[in-house]
Design a protein around this ligand. Structure first.
Ligand SMILES: Nc1ncnc2c1ncn2[C@@H]1O[C@H](COP(=O)(O)OP(=O)(O)OP(=O)(O)O)[C@@H](O)[C@H]1O
Ligand SMILES: [Mg+2]
Length: 361
C-alpha cells in the first residue's frame, strides 16, 4: 500500500501542493517553519480524518481562506483508491472513490503510523497522553475502535451527569451496567493490543539499547479485571465507588483512568529511565506498533517521521535507519538538513519552502 498522488489545497501554510510520491522514501527538506510538518499533517488528515496538532479543526485552514482540501490516490492490493477530505463551511467532509463517505465507510484504504518529536515525551508524560497514543495505535489497525471509544465516553459522561444530579441508586445501577458493557470491550481490546505489542517492544528495545535494560510494556487497568465476568465485575466496582464518586461528582475509576506502563525491570520507567533510555523505549514502541500492524494487515503502513533525528540522539537515529532499511513500505521523513539522514533506499527529495513543495532534481 502506498500513496501514488497527493494534492493539498489551503491546508495550513500549504496553498497548493501536488506531488507524486516515491513508493519508498520521500525526504522533505527545508528550513524551520516552511511547511514540512504541515505536509505530513495533510497526509495524516487524509488517512485518519484527525488532525495531527490542531486543537480545532478550523486551524488547518490557510489564513485568509475559507476551505481546506486534501486528496490522495492510494495503490493497494493491485487497485487504485481515491480518498479526499475537506473542511467546508466549518464542516469536515470525506470522500471515497469521489463519493461522499461517512466516517465508518471511509477507513480501510490508507494506514499511517506517525512518529513526531512529541512522542519522545510519552514515557514521562501524562497517562492521558499514553491512553491517547494507545487508542490511536489500535484505531489504525481497527477503525471500529473509534466507535468503541466514543460509546464509552458518551456513557461515562452520562454517569457523571447522574452523579452530579444526585440521581437515585436504581438509575445509576442501570446506567453502570450499560457503561460496563462499553468499558469491558474497550479494556479487552486495549489489553489484547498491548499484549501483541509487548513482545515486539521488548525485542526492539533489546536490539536498540541492549538486553540488560529489561524494558517491559504493560496495561494497567484502574478497575480490577475479572476475565470470567468483566462486565459484572466492573459494574460491581462502580457500585462500590458510588458514594465517593457522588461526592467528587465524577467517575474516578475506569478505562478513562487506565495507563500504558513502561517498566525497567520492576521499576516504573517514568521515574527512573534516563533520557536516552526513554528515547530507546519510544523508538522501540513505534517499531513494535509498525510490526504489529504489518502482522494484522499483511502489509506495511505508510510511515510519517517528523524531524526524528532532532529528538533521537545519533545512536538511536542510527538504529532507526537500520530499521528503515529493512522496512518495505512507503516513508515520508522530514528534516532541516539532509546530512542527518542516511537513507540508502530509493528516494525522492522534496524541497519545502514557504509552503511550496518542489521535487529536487
Ligand atoms: N492555518 C495556517 N495558515 C497559514 N499558515 C499557517 C497555518 N498554520 C500554521 N501556519 C504556518 O505554518 C508554518 C509552520 O509550518 P510547519 O510546522 O510545517 O514547519 P516546519 O517546516 O515543520 O518547521 P520546523 O522545521 O520548525 O518543524 C509556520 O510559519 C506557521 O505560521
Ligand atoms: Mg516541523
Amino acid at each position: 500500500m502506498h500513496l501514488t498522488h497527493l494534492r493539498v489545497h489551503d491546508f495550513r501554510n500549504l496553498a497548493t501542493v501536488e506531488l507524486t510520491p516515491n513508493p519508498r522514501f520521500n525526504v522533505l527538506v527545508g528550513a524551520n517553519g516552511q511547511g514540512k510538518t504541515n505536509a505530513l499533517a495533510s497526509i495524516y488528515w487524509l488517512a485518519t480524518l484527525r488532525t495531527l496538532r490542531a486543537r480545532r479543526l478550523r486551524e488547518v485552514v490557510r489564513w485568509g481562506e475559507k476551505a481546506s482540501r486534501v486528496d490522495g490516490r492510494v495503490h493497494r492490493d493491485g487497485l487504485e483508491h481515491r480518498l479526499g477530505v475537506a473542511l467546508l463551511d466549518g464542516q469536515r467532509v470525506s470522500f471515497r472513490e469521489e463519493k461522499r463517505a461517512r466516517t465508518s465507510d471511509y477507513f480501510g484504504v490508507l494506514e499511517v503510523v506517525v512518529f513526531t518529536p512529541d512522542d519522545v515525551g510519552l514515557v514521562r508524560g501524562t497517562p492521558e497522553a499514553r491512553r491517547h497514543y494507545l487508542d490511536r495505535a489500535i484505531f489504525t489497525g481497527r477503525p471500529a475502535h473509534l466507535a468503541d471509544v466514543l460509546a464509552y465516553r458518551r456513557a461515562l459522561d452520562g454517569r457523571n451527569r447522574l452523579l452530579r444530579e444526585q440521581a437515585p441508586d436504581s438509575l445509576l445501577e442501570a446506567f453502570e451496567l450499560a457503561l460496563a458493557g462499553a468499558a469491558a470491550r474497550l479494556v479487552a481490546v486495549r489489553h489484547d493490543y498491548v499484549e501483541r505489542l509487548a513482545e515486539r517492544f521488548e525485542r526492539a528495545c533489546a536490539a536498540i539499547a541492549g538486553p540488560e535494560l529489561g524494558a517491559r510494556l504493560g496495561y494497567r487497568p484502574s478497575l480490577p479485571l475479572d476475565g470470567a465476568a468483566p462486565v459484572e465485575s466492573m459494574a460491581a466496582a462502580w457500585a462500590a465507588d458510588r458514594g465517593r464518586d457522588r461526592e467528587r461528582g465524577f467517575t474516578q475509576r475506569g478505562p478513562h483512568a487506565d495507563d500504558l506502563t513502561f517498566k525497567l525491570g520492576e521499576r516504573a520507567a517514568r521515574f527512573y529511565a534516563s533520557q536516552g533510555q526513554q528515547r530507546a523505549m519510544v523508538l522501540a514502541l513505534k517499531i513494535a506498533e509498525i510490526e504489529a500492524l504489518e502482522a494484522v494487515a499483511g502489509h506495511a503502513p505508510v510511515l510519517l517521521l517528523d524531524d526524528v533525528s532532532s529528538e533521537l540522539d545519533p545512536e538511536r537515529t542510527e538504529r532507526l535507519f537500520d530499521f528503515l532499511e529493512g522496512f518495505a513500505g512507503q516513508v515520508f521523513i522530514t528534516t532541516t538538513d539532509r546530512a542527518f539522514l542516511r537513507i540508502k533506499g530509493e528516494q525522492t527529495v522534496w524541497r519545502v519552502h514557504a509552503g511550496v513543495v518542489a521535487r529536487q532534481e
